[in-house]
Design a protein around this ligand. Structure first.
Ligand code: FAS
Ligand code: PHB
Length: 397
């Protein structure tokens, strides 16, 4: 079987937000890259995930020339609501930290980045298989794969960017004895729905309730995205649409407010974990995004952390190609991990504050601690400013 050899400067594995954004930033500086993706374009663009973009991530996408639709269709939000039974309080972002967030689905970010890449005629290979990374400890690493036509191919590069997510091949390419991982698996999951109904709120509602956490988010003025805390063992088929809407209405109930329900067009359960793997570099292999870390979605950090990694990685690669210096590449892992741990702590803190243990595991003492934390965060300017600056995104390094 023929083996086509392709040569580039940066081989990018994965066409999620991390891989696509890195490809965009490199292309703007004239640095060649080839992006390899093992799913179809349709699958990648339809995968429903994150919904909130931090201010620094929005600035980065705008500067990269892919923010037009984001600014035209995205919803700028200047706050969120934190709620517990009978009370709902707003955290005012601009007043507290001078920043905002934008509600714009990850699906749309991915579509914008794919469109930009294909319009520029740059290589983005979908539906590949058998991805394998070789020789990353040399200055000529390779990626072998089978392309969509079943042809065995080799991609030779100066660097390999592992942007292939939590289940990708990049992180395992770093030898176990050189890797350290930290993990916390939470005793609950999120059941999420996408519904064709106008949001019942102007900004996101994060609600603590003894039955479990609930989140009212959205994708547009006509499409809502909502979540309820469930046991990780729950099955989607055990949650009828009515049961989900009833749980949401109960957990977000407030005098004078009502939740509008509507047709559910997607329903899924996402487990919750915190995971960090270090280092994020091994020789000429550099990891970015979910390939190196996972955060529980309570802090709306996953996609944004991928963007932050990519900015640091792009600057390191750009510096190498412009000056020959490896200083930023040598510092990449430590620089990225500083922000990774900040986002990991914030995501753990938001998750711990808002998710009560339920059923036999329910501990009234823990419930009181969570309620006290919520009352403090919504009444103290210092505490709410800390939440606001973390939620809207600490400035990039
Ligand atoms: P991604 O996983 O997005 O992209 C990796 C890409 O690599 C994929 O397209 C994959 O197909 C490809 N790939 C994998 N293995 C490969 C191989 N061997 N060869 C070639 N390609 C390969 N974050 C939030 O902020 N809010 C949320 O509500 C939220 N919900 C989520 C729900 C789910 C079910 C999941 C899994 C994640 C969720 N996240 C959420 C986090 C999510 O948004 C990620 O942080 C974000 O997708 C990270 O982007 P990437 O690092 O690019 O990884
Ligand atoms: C979403 O809209 O999907 C979303 C928003 C905020 C979160 C998590 C998910 O914290």
């Amino acid at each position: 079987m023929s083996t086509d050899v392709i040569r580039t400067q940066v081989a990018i594995i994965g066409a999620g937000p991390a891989g696509l954004l890195l490809g965009r930033l490199l292309a703007l500086q004239g640095i060649d890259a080839v992006i390899l993706e093992n799913r179809s374009r349709e699958y990648v663009e339809a995968r429903i995930r994150a919904g909130v973009l931090e201010h620094p991530a929005v600035d980065l996408l705008t500067e990269a020339g892919v923010g037009d639709r984001l600014h035209a269709e995205g919803l700028r939000h200047d706050g969120i609501y934190l709620q517990w039974p009978g009370e709902r309080h707003r955290i005012d972002f601009p007043k507290l930290c001078g920043r905002s967030v934008w509600v714009y689905g990850q699906t749309e970010v991915v579509k914008d980045l794919i469109d930009a890449r294909l319009e520029a005629g740059l290589p983005l290979l979908f539906d590949i298989s058998d991805t394998a990374i070789h020789d990353v400890e040399t200055d000529r690493p390779r990626v072998t794969f089978t392309d969509a036509d079943g042809v065995a191919r080799t991609l030779e590069a100066d660097f390999v960017a592992g942007c292939d997510g939590f289940h990708g091949v990049s992180r395992p390419t770093i030898p176990d004895h050189l890797r350290t991982t930290w993990e916390r698996v939470y005793p609950f999951a999120w059941l999420g729905i996408l519904a064709e109904v106008a949001p019942s709120t102007d900004e996101l509602i994060y609600a603590w309730h003894p039955d479990g956490f609930a989140l009212h988010s959205m994708r547009s003025t006509t499409r809502s995205r909502l979540y309820v805390q469930v046991d990780p063992s729950e099955k989607v088929e055990d949650w009828s649409d009515d049961r989900v809407w009833e749980a949401l209405a109960t957990r977000m109930a407030l005098p004078g407010w009502s939740l509008q329900s509507g047709p559910v067009i997607e329903k899924s359960i996402t487990p919750m974990r915190s995971f960090v793997s270090a280092p994020m570099r091994h020789g000429r292999l550099l990891l970015a995004g979910d390939a190196a870390h996972i955060v529980p979605p309570t802090g709306a950090k996953g996609l944004n952390l991928a963007a932050a990694d990519v900015k640091v990685l792009f600057e390191a690669l750009d510096s190498f190609y412009r000056t020959g210096s490896t200083a930023l590449l040598d510092a990449y892992s430590d620089t990225a991990l500083h922000r990774v741990w900040r986002a990991t702590h914030f995501s753990w803190w938001m998750t711990s504050m808002l998710h009560p243990a339920t059923g036999p595991g329910a501990d009234p003492f823990d419930h009181q601690l969570q309620l006290s934390q919520l009352k403090y965060v919504t009444s103290s300017e210092a505490a709410s400013a800390s939440l606001a600056e973390n939620y809207t995104g600490m400035p990039f390094a």
